[in-house]
Design a protein around this ligand. Structure first.
Ligand code: ADP
Ligand code: MG
Length: 412
């Protein structure tokens, strides 16, 4: 498709498509639904932004990432694709203004928070518009089987009844197992979508699992050995974030912190300092980082075992988005399995779902114990194939002890 290439260059300045982009763009332009599963940094945005620029009418983009919406809209406006956003950060006046301008056809792309989809005003507005495409970013949020279920995402499907004729629906996510993919198709109501899954390998990341370390010591000496690098330390509870944060500060290592127990102001200040390289290290719960577009994160350390590999790879994958080397280190301790089981029992999941969660946790623990290539383990977990071991992970470089392989795994 010559035209798409030309438009890609014209609007975005890129000479060629990255893997998967062209097929997805083409499919959308031809009116077929699409599901793109591509790792972080693969360039999912272009897959809907380019069609949005080329198609007549307005493209709606559903995104849960309020802070990112503004960045994306600003960037689009800068390259001459008029874009707006509708979310809870707008004042009443800005909101009225935006609604008026959308109705007047001032925009090609409108970013919408999922909560907005059910507002009466919004549903009325879309009936008056010509909307050729609805793009759903972070589409795993629609699935209860994914790692970040948001009930408001279910409203996407209900929204479609208001838009005539039915728009093309395109969904994107970085991580989805086969079960989650099927659920996305069903819950969003994708109709015979083109499915593109590009490789999960991240050739610039080296994965490692460290067992039996004194975690605090490990982190302190790690941070001291690379004082200039930006990185994230994930812990599983607020309490543990506080503890690690305090510990680092006591040692004179400056670090920010981020968790849901802090005020909105403190969270956004903390995030901003990190994004602009004022603090190099962020200690955080998994509340931090979905969609964070900081390219020069050099390491992601997991202080605790995450609950599943989807979460782990999504979080660890925030390292090295610029293509430069990134280290992803998981500090394993057997008691973290107990913590995750406890959290899992505390949750109010249905029995069937709980069973799945246990099984996911089991796979996460297996990852910590495998002597096979860690990158290959993850890729095959997500249903992909790898030709050969990565040569970079702690299994490949054989840094870890080969004992006590199955003890903790059996406890589950
Ligand atoms: P994702 O949403 O998949 O994580 P983004 O859409 O944020 O990824 O894109 C990641 C980076 O790749 C951005 O810096 C973007 O400018 C760049 N990019 C996207 N498409 C191309 C392309 N065809 N050629 C070169 N760079 C691209
Ligand atoms: Mg993205």
């Amino acid at each position: 498709m010559q035209q798409a290439h030309i438009q890609l260059k014209k609007h975005f300045g890129y000479d060629s498509f990255k893997r998967g982009q062209e097929e997805l763009v083409e499919s959308i332009l031809q009116g077929r639904d699409a599901l793109g599963v591509m790792p972080t940094g693969a360039g999912k945005s272009v897959c809907y932004q380019l069609p949005a620029a080329m198609l007549p009418g307005i493209t709606l983009v559903v995104s849960p990432l309020i802070s990112l919406m503004k960045d994306q809209a600003d960037a689009l406006n800068q390259i001459g694709i008029p874009a707006a956003l509708l979310n809870s950060t707008l004042s009443v006046r800005e909101l009225n203004d935006t609604y008026r301008k959308i109705a007047a056809g001032a925009y090609k792309i409108v970013y919408v928070a999922p909560e907005r989809l059910e507002s009466e005003r919004f549903c009325q507005l879309v009936q008056e518009l010509s909307i050729p495409l609805v793009a759903v970013d972070e589409a795993h949020c629609v699935s209860q089987w994914g790692h970040d279920f948001r009930p408001s995402y279910l409203a996407v499907n209900r929204l479609l009844q208001w838009i005539k004729p039915r728009p093309v629906l395109a969904a994107f996510t970085a991580t989805a197992t086969d079960v989650v993919k099927e659920d996305i198709v069903r819950q969003l109501g994708l109709s015979d979508p083109l499915r593109i899954t590009t490789g999960y390998e991240r050739e610039n990341l080296s994965l490692s699992v460290v067992k039996g370390a004194d975690k605090k010591d490990y982190i302190a000496s790690y941070l001291r050995s690379r004082p200039k690098d930006a990185g994230i330390i994930y812990a599983s509870t607020r309490k543990e974030v506080e503890e690690v944060h305090r510990y680092l500060n006591r040692l004179g290592i400056s670090a920010g912190r981020y968790h849901a127990g802090l005020s909105d102001e403190e969270r956004s200040r903390s995030q901003e300092l990190f994004l602009y390289d004022m603090t190099k290290v962020m200690v955080a719960t998994n509340a931090f980082g979905m969609g964070i577009d900081k390219s020069n994160v050099r390491f992601v350390i997991h202080y605790n075992l995450p609950k599943n590999l989807e979460s782990y790879y999504q979080e660890a994958g925030r390292a090295g988005r610029d293509g430069e080397p990134g280290e992803c280190i998981l500090l394993f301790a057997a008691q973290d399995i107990m913590t995750q089981k406890f959290l899992l029992e505390q949750g109010d999941s249905e029995p069937e779902r709980k069973k799945q969660e246990y099984s996911n946790l089991n796979d996460m623990v297996d990852y910590c114990h495998t002597t096979d290539c860690l990158q290959s383990y993850i890729v095959s977990y997500f249903g992909g194939h790898t030709a050969e071991p990565c040569g970079r992970c702690s299994s490949c470089t054989d840094e870890r002890e080969l004992n006590d392989i199955t003890v903790e795994a059996q406890k589950i």
